[in-house]
Ligand binder design. Structure first.
Ligand code: GLC
Ligand code: CA
Length: 557
């Protein structure tokens, strides 16, 4: 593999709205990010991905952009971004923005003009079709529920929106639109942004060849995913995007490419000349230990996660680097998803942290993950803030759930749980803001906060620091990025373990992801202990005795 600057990424995703408010309006801002750069240096971070900060009506919290050139005043201005880039650069941290180009906001001037004149220049920037005698042009369901088509006024025309109706899809078939996007992307790169997390990018191409699909829900609609996810021909757009922008700036890009990528196309996506630097591995994101399926079998769930993680690595097999992450702004917190409530503590939380941290690829953390922020369950639906939460609530009821069941499901798995304000210290509002924040702070902030954990050498934060330091250490950095990957104890229930080797070094990462102890025959002689979440590691005549939720990294001879 050709070595590249971004291969040593220890990434950190920031949801600016919830990171740090500096001007007392209850909303996080760019200055708040700059203010915490030294804290990120302390943790060991070298790349930041900022969730969208462009001008937006915030119907999807910034994933609905109404002006690609401007920063939303809620977050500050372009000067603040330039300042952030400069200050980050001084500390060896690169800034990635979120590139949202599958759709714009319905308030984007392009779309406003398209509505006025669907046959004009801007009408061709979007996907506008005549309705049929049955109504919408086809029966695709939007990813966020309801029809993927919205009627334009009282005309017989509809526009496509794969997400909310406030997010009309752009028409990538139109070369003029593509050119406009490339120029915009290059302007941000010229400004000093070092790359992008590329939002919803697998949906750029839509395949309209099929007639209506068989209805599969009470809403009378159909799941059209296969027709608008990595559809035949998408590579032409992705390649052109890369050649006209990212490649020219040696940018780092992380594609939000959903599951289901055909294995044989992997090289095209993340190979040496791939469309992106890397893509997220989403395989663990479907699991929740409190879901009906896994409620009573958390260990079986871990084994299923292991299976998928390992299958993914076997599939990639040196053809590129995946982006390994556990948390983001679309998922509830990991310990809540992976560990039964009564088992959540330092040991299980640090175990979870270690599961995929040393797999081949790069790593990305989400704000609050390193201090073990938890979900904050609500009493009432209206305590949530995301319009899609309410759409989902109604949709689940339409599909047969009671109101209570629908609320419980959302309260358990809502993506909004990860969006509560960052817990910096035990001051009012967790040090996030001097006024009541836009979204309620988790009341556990007096126990779970950055300041307390930073002082405590035995905290989860301290453990994350150790993991990061190990990944970055001169002796092992290349091993963890480029080393070979071989599963260990694959059939051992609840054990997620693997061996990494590079040059003459070899390391075993062993995670006992269950509440019972485990005794395992070591795969070689231990040279040294590189990491453990317990003070002691018991090894007797070649057998390692792991405590509940113990995670260890051992160097082997
Ligand atoms: C991505 C984002 C998500 C957003 C969606 C539509 O999945 O991560 O937050 O709602 O795209 O832009
Ligand atoms: Ca603010």
């Amino acid at each position: 593999m050709l070595k590249n600057w971004w291969h040593n990424t220890i990434g950190y995703q920031i949801y600016p709205k919830s990171f740090q408010d500096t001007n007392g309006d209850g909303i996080g801002d760019l200055k708040g990010v700059t203010a915490h750069l030294d804290d990120l240096v302390d943790l060991g971070i070298n790349v930041i991905w900022l969730c969208p900060v462009n001008k937006s009506p915030m119907k999807d919290h910034g994933y609905d952009i109404s002006d690609y050139e401007e920063i939303d005043p809620m977050f500050g201005n372009k000067g603040d971004l330039i300042e952030l880039i400069r200050e980050a650069d001084r500390r060896g941290i690169r800034i990635l923005m979120d590139l949202v180009v599958n759709h714009t906001s319905s308030e984007h001037p392009w779309f406003q003009r398209a509505l006025e004149d669907p046959d004009g220049k801007y009408g061709k920037y979007y996907i506008i079709r005549e309705g049929t005698d049955k109504g919408a042009p086809n029966n695709w369901r939007s990813i966020f529920g309801g029809s993927a088509w919205e009627r334009i006024g009282d005309t017989n025309r509809y526009y496509l929106h794969l997400f909310t109706k406030w997010q009309p899809d752009l028409n990538w078939e139109n070369p003029a639109l593509r050119q406009e996007i490339y120029e915009m992307v290059n302007r941000w790169l010229d400004l000093g942004v070092r790359g992008f997390r590329v939002d919803a990018i697998s949906h750029l191409k839509k395949d309209f060849s099929a007639p209506d699909l068989p209805v599969d829900g009470a809403d009378g609609l159909a799941d059209g995913f296969a027709f608008f996810t990595n559809a035949e021909g998408i590579g032409v757009f992705l390649n052109e995007l890369k050649e006209n922008t990212f490649q020219r700036h040696d940018a780092m890009t992380i594609g939000e490419v959903d599951e289901g990528l055909p294995p044989e196309t992997l090289e095209k996506y993340i190979g040496e000349n791939g469309y992106f630097s890397t893509i997220f591995d989403f395989c663990h994101s479907i699991f929740h230990v409190n879901s009906a399926k896994w409620k009573d079998q958390p260990v079986a769930m871990m084994d299923e996660i292991k299976k998928l993680l390992f299958e993914k690595q076997a599939m990639v097999n040196g053809r590129g680097l995946l982006c390994n992450y556990l948390e983001n702004h679309d998922l509830s917190r990991t310990v809540e998803r992976f560990i039964p409530e009564n088992e959540i503590d330092f040991y299980s939380s640090s175990l979870v942290a270690g599961i995929n941290f040393f797999l081949p690829g790069i790593v990305f953390l989400y704000q609050g993950q390193a201090i073990g922020m938890r979900d904050f369950r609500k009493e009432r639906l209206d305590e949530f803030r995301d319009p899609t939460t309410f759409v989902l609530y109604e949709e689940q009821i339409r599909n047969g759930m009671t109101a209570e069941e629908s609320f419980d499901q959302i309260n358990r798995e809502s993506r909004e749980h990860s969006r509560t304000p960052m817990q910096w210290n035990s001051a009012p509002n967790a040090g996030f803001s001097t006024v009541e924040p836009w979204f309620a702070v988790n009341p556990n902030y007096r126990e779970i906060n950055y300041e307390t954990q930073k002082k405590d050498p035995n905290s989860l934060y301290a453990f994350y620091k150790k993991m990061i330091a190990l990944r970055k250490s001169g002796d092992f950095q290349e091993l963890f990025i480029y080393g070979s990957f071989d599963p260990l104890y694959e059939d051992e229930p609840g054990v997620i373990a693997y061996r990494r080797s590079y040059d003459s070094r070899s390391v075993a990462v062993i995670n006992n992801a269950k509440p019972d102890e485990a005794a395992l025959t070591l795969p070689g002689t231990v040279k040294s202990t590189l990491l453990s979440n317990y003070d002691t590691i018991v090894i007797n005549s070649g057998i390692i005795h792991l405590k509940r939720y113990q995670t260890v990294v051992l160097e082997l001879l």
